[in-house]
Design a protein around this ligand. Structure first.
Ligand code: MG
Length: 324
């Protein structure tokens, strides 16, 4: 018998959360399945079934044979309104590469306090970024176990680091086309699963701690064939100008409570402004040194998305804007 662990996005707003359940079957290929949509804000009680349709499979790195990422369909098999993945289909082709820099905080499930802050507010920021040593870093084992689980599943985690605030971490997740979005969601799933074992929660909120503390973003690095192979300064600037023209539409797709994070401080641009420049971590879009050094062939970093943003919506916005 096989254990297939189905994963999907619920109907919660403003951001969906992840759900899962396990199907034990002798079928190798995971079939369509159903769930009670009235318990996930995806259906009314009187007509509550929703359909889970597998979209991508992963080696199960923990207790299941497979992780099965699914999209949600309504009973009539049309895409459910919560199904943001469909916006990317036929649009986000494999020539589009994405590298998401997922930042997050570990928290205590009892009261939501940040891991390492139990004794009160810690020393100001400075020692924690890429920090080493007890007192400078907490949660390393969870971060490393998560990275190994993702790699075993076939998700390309290309790096991790302790972040600027105590209890804050980042990992970078690379993928091509629609798989980039699937992988990011499954990596978030595995992070929460691994942290469960330690009795720790994960906060994807972009500003869990007000004051002189960094928030969490999800910088989206992106490129297409032209940017990688026949790039130029003119091309990169033209792309930034296109995104500038739809800045407010982009912000609407880039996660909730992002106004608490995009203040112009803590390595961000203000939410109501748009700027781009080489090497500038205070810009909306940073042109990385890699791109400049490779004769303007490479990628761009959109620094606006919040840590709680839906990667499908980010991809649909960027690729939709640049495909016009
Ligand atoms: Mg970072």
């Amino acid at each position: 018998m096989k254990k297939h662990e189905y994963i999907w996005l619920d109907g919660y707003k403003p951001e969906p959360t992840l759900r899962s359940k396990v199907l034990v079957t002798d079928e190798d290929a995971p079939p369509d399945w159903a769930f009670d949509g009235s318990s996930t804000q995806q259906a009314e009680g009187g007509n509550s079934d929703c359909i889970l349709r597998p979209t991508s499979e992963y080696v199960g790195p923990l207790s299941s044979d497979k992780l099965v990422m699914c999209e949600v369909l309504s009973l009539d098999k049309t895409p459910h309104p919560s199904n943001t993945r469909r916006r990317c289909e036929g649009l986000v082709t494999d020539e589009w590469w994405f590298g998401y820099e997922q930042e997050y905080f570990f928290t205590n499930p009892e009261d939501g306090t940040i891991l390492g802050w139990e004794g009160g507010t810690p020393r100001p920021q400075g020692d924690y970024y890429c920090g080493v040593g007890a007192g400078n870093v907490v949660g390393r084992e969870i971060s490393e176990t998560h990275m190994d689980a993702c790699l075993a599943a076939g998700i390309m985690i290309v790096g991790t680091n302790a972040e600027v605030a105590l209890g804050q971490w980042e990992y970078q997740c690379f993928g091509k086309g629609l798989k980039a979005g699937d992988d990011l969601w499954v990596s978030r799933y595995l992070l929460q699963l691994v942290a469960e074992d330690y009795g720790v929660s994960v906060s994807f909120h972009p500003k869990p701690q007000e004051g002189d503390w960094n928030g969490s973003g999800m910088h989206a690095n992106f490129s297409n064939n032209q940017m990688r192979n026949s790039g130029s300064k003119e091309l990169m600037y033209a792309i930034c100008e296109k995104l500038k023209a739809v800045h407010s539409e982009g912000i609407a797709e880039y996660g909730s409570d992002n106004d608490m994070r995009l203040t112009g401080l803590h390595e961000t641009q203000s939410i109501d402004q748009f700027s781009y420049a080489p090497f500038d971590r205070g810009a909306s879009i940073r042109i990385p040194i890699y791109t400049v050094d490779h004769n303007w062939n490479g990628y761009l970093e959109d620094r606006r998305p919040a840590s709680n943003a839906d990667p499908y919506r980010i991809m649909a916005h960027i690729v939709g804007t640049l495909s016009d």
